[in-house]
Ligand binder design. Sequence first.
Ligand code: SAH
Ligand code: SF4
Ligand code: F3S
Length: 447
Amino acid sequence: MTNPASPKTYRVKSFGCQMNVYDGERMAELLAQQGIAPAPEGEEADLVVLNTCHIREKAAEKVYSDIGRLVKAGRAAGREPMIAVAGCVAQAEGEEIMARAPSVSMVVGPQAYHRLPDMIERASRGEHATDTDMPEDAKFAALPKRRKVGPSAFLTIQEGCDKFCTYCVVPYTRGAEISRPFSDLLREAETLVAAGAVEITLLGQNVNAWTGTDDAGRDIGFDGLVKAVAKLPELQRIRYTTSHPMDVTDGMIAMHGEVDKLMPYLHLPVQSGSNRVLKAMNRSHDAAGYLKLLDRFRAVRPDLALSGDFIVGFPGETEAEFAETLALVDAVKYAAAFSFKYSPRPGTPAASMDGQVAQEVMEDRLARLQASLNRDQLAFNQATVGRTCEVLVERKGKLPGQWLGKSPWLQSVWFAGDVVIGDIVRVELAEAGPNSLEGRLLERATA
Ligand code: SAH
Ligand code: SF4
Ligand code: F3S
């Protein structure tokens, strides 16, 4: 039983953040360009790309068990798939994967996946290959033009991280911060719109660290880029994620009051409400500074929906320090949030810090934090009931005639009516649940 000589079908499975999903889409486009077709739903693919994430524990274990499952299913079908491990686990543990999992023929890091076609050719000849180079900006130039996307598309504008929060693997798996050039981004945004996007989410590990030079040769920052993208006539909505408090500028705050297409939503992670913990995390901001920033954003855009990331049980975190996180949450009233138990990552400074917190303590704190966050999310949704807003139709719902879309505040809204995917319609928000709202279709805003 051998690998298929040269794969005819592929499947890309993405496990990580939005940038990981974006990378997965780009890899799929690259494979399609090579004449490899997406495997039909429910069928085994000749080539499987596991696009992995390394941010929290058990990432590597999950990859090995996925590989085992693929090999077993392949054997049962009489033909093992060609397996590529991509993404951040590939970057961090490439050599080990190759040594431990002989059924993997390719390991490719997040900055090297444009070289997949060449690696597939070598794998077809039975050669295994690892590529975890980080060539500066070579990847995007080598990727095919984007042809077909959904109404809401991702666009990576910045990659990598120089912040080195003491718990985090991203600076090691994604490398140093780089900004993609302005003209490349405008071109990609134009092709996304031509390919069907009405909303673009600008992506970066620290999206607001983006800097560049516009067509007139002027140095511009993230706000300049957002304003330039907003000028694309057919584009209706702009979002961005993830931003870092340290790179917030006056211009970035001001743009929320100036750019109509910019949606009223801000994901600005804080991680903890305790200044001691924030310092130990190397976050370069304190709790009060963070709250002040939010006030400034809210002053220019009072209906801004706020979202954040939290880590509970960072080494040394006391009950009193955790209570400061709860107090910060109470003060902010987030519309949405992501919260995690601290997970020691190999090679990061926090992994060897004293005072690692016991699992049951972390679980208890996470449950309490999530109870607060869920309460606020429901309250936010309830407060929007009765409002009329524009909803971007993203997909069909489960029932006939039912649709799912997003409000300006990134809420999922269900409604019934005669619409098509990609429409922006006016909807009255009628009933709120913790994770979605039911709406009543009023009229189509765009024809
Ligand atoms: N660049 C972004 C997000 C990076 S990862 C930022 O700085 O905001 C997304 C989230 O995962 C982080 O915000 C953090 O809350 C969480 N995270 C990162 N490393 C973690 C770890 N070792 N344990 C638990 N959560 C972690
Ligand atoms: Fe990780 Fe911190 Fe960089 Fe975010 S800013 S990617 S949490 S090191
Ligand atoms: Fe995961 Fe890498 Fe994204 S570790 S969160 S896939 S940057």
